[in-house]
Design a protein around this ligand. Structure first.
Ligand code: AMP
Length: 175
């Protein structure tokens, strides 16, 4: 019988040269199509949270929303979306971060986090860590305490874990 992590890997589709040449895109839509795969993935993410108190789940647009919402529901805590600029209607905090070429900005509602809230950050893929680092900065600027950043998968050769240190990282799959 395959180990759960090997089973989980079998639901991820590698798409070569997307969105540009040289990138292997880790497509999770094939995972989302499988209720069994979704359960294995969710169970794995939850297993990394045993004995940890989480007050809110903060997840990144757009692919972080799928399991972010499932995690929030499973943990019975609020879900807080992080979005691209000009999507959120109330007062926001913004954080810019560097991309390979240029930069990007993420936003979250200013009143979504209260000082002392214990936060789980979730996204689908940890690559260089720039995205998650920007989210960590926003959460901390509002007084939130980051308990863990969790991901469906991390790409170890891009050293995102090092970039996010000392925040604890959990990934259901590592490549
Ligand atoms: P990074 O900021 O470099 O850690 O990139 C993480 C963000 O980019 C996440 O929101 C991912 O959805 C997306 N991402 C980066 N690399 C990949 C990849 N190879 N396949 C799918 N998504 C990726």
């Amino acid at each position: 019988m395959k180990k759960p992590v090997e089973t989980l890997k079998s639901y991820i589709t590698d798409v070569a040269d997307f969105p540009k040449k040289g990138i292997i895109f880790k497509d999770i839509t094939s995972l989302l199509e499988s209720p069994k795969g979704v359960k294995i993935c969710l169970d794995s993410l939850l297993s990394g949270l045993t004995n940890k108190q989480i007050d809110k789940v903060v997840a990144v647009e757009a692919r972080g929303f799928f399991f972010g919402m499932l995690l929030a529901q499973s943990l019975k805590v609020p879900f807080v979306p992080v979005r691209k600029p000009r999507k959120l209607p109330r007062k926001v905090v913004s954080q810019s971060f560097d991309l390979e070429y240029g930069s990007d900005v993420l936003e979250m509602h200013q009143n979504a986090i209260k000082p002392g809230d214990k936060i789980l950050i979730h996204d689908d893929v940890l690559a260089t860590g720039g995205t998650a680092e920007a989210v960590c900065k926003m959460v901390e600027s509002l007084g939130g305490q980051i308990v863990q950043c969790n991901f469906i998968m991390k790409l170890d050769f891009l050293e995102g874990v090092q970039k996010l240190a000392p925040h604890p990282i959990y990934a259901a799959i590592s490549y």
